[in-house]
Design a protein around this ligand. Sequence first.
Ligand code: PEP
Ligand code: MN
Length: 337
Amino acid sequence: MIVLMKKNCTQQNVEAIVQLLKEYGLGANLSTGSQATVVGVLGDKTKLGGVNLELMDGVEKCVPIMHSYKLASRDMVPEGRTVQVGTVTFGGKKLVMIAGPCAVENQEQILQAAEGVKAAGAAMLRGGAFKPRTSPYSFQGTEEEGLKMLRRAGDETGLPVVSEVTDHEQLAFAEKYCDMFQIGARNMQNFRLLRAVGRTGIPVLLKRGIASTIEEWLDAAEYIMSEGNSSVVLCERGIRTFETATRNTLDVSAVPVIRERSSLPIIVDPSHAAGKASYVRALALAGVAAGADGLIVEVHPNPKKAMSDAAQQLTPKAYTALFQTAVKVAEAVGRTL
Ligand code: PEP
Ligand code: MN
């Protein structure tokens, strides 16, 4: 349930609600927008018994939240949330362009990639050090050494870095190197991992599961947020369908659906949806046109030699061309890059 406060309510009115909720063993999530203040009631509202919050001073009305996810819902923060990663803001007018290789392979490779994507205009660097591969015999990533290389490339180019964590035991050392944690599609419902990243306070990029509904995805975000970390950015990366011409099917509709149902920013990953470099640009532009808050694109200095996802990675040159076209599409939908 959310408590919508009157436009002219006082600070004391809001505090009285929060205090009362506390007395009944409930939490409160405050959202002070330019239109109105909203108090989200956290916990089982039946604990309130017969107490009618609508009778309290400064309250406009109480609205039940029908979804299982509450903190992630749009009702809780009607204006939408922004997520800050260093100086980069997700959810503002400016889109966040993240780019970099699928995997951190060595220092030279990640540095070259960082320099290439930075020159193209990217705001953040990606690079996986723990690779969740379908086969146990495939390259599994450069692990902590890879994170160190990624950090160095980020520092040298001034780009904040995002990298995937696949196990809660990695968090203690991974937080020394990452500005943002990525939870990959395969781990979207690894609830222990979700809770653990929720306790770190480090911003999280939560990819949609390979065959997850939007509702399940938002419930996964709720796991992170319920531990006190509301810096969650959603990432649509394609879902598994009957179609085999592409690696996955980019669900562009997820962008407006998320925007309607959730307060969280959403970005699009055209690379894992396409699975093929020549399709990436079209999907990226579709994401921007649909209203995504950013893109995460795989870029490798030499895609043919990539140790993972070679077919879908762009050269820095192709990424630069994509970026320049995305500027125009963003402008057409009232955004900037
Ligand atoms: C990745 O970003 O390299 C990755 C493995 O993504 P996903 O979890 O979306 O498959
Ligand atoms: Mn990849």
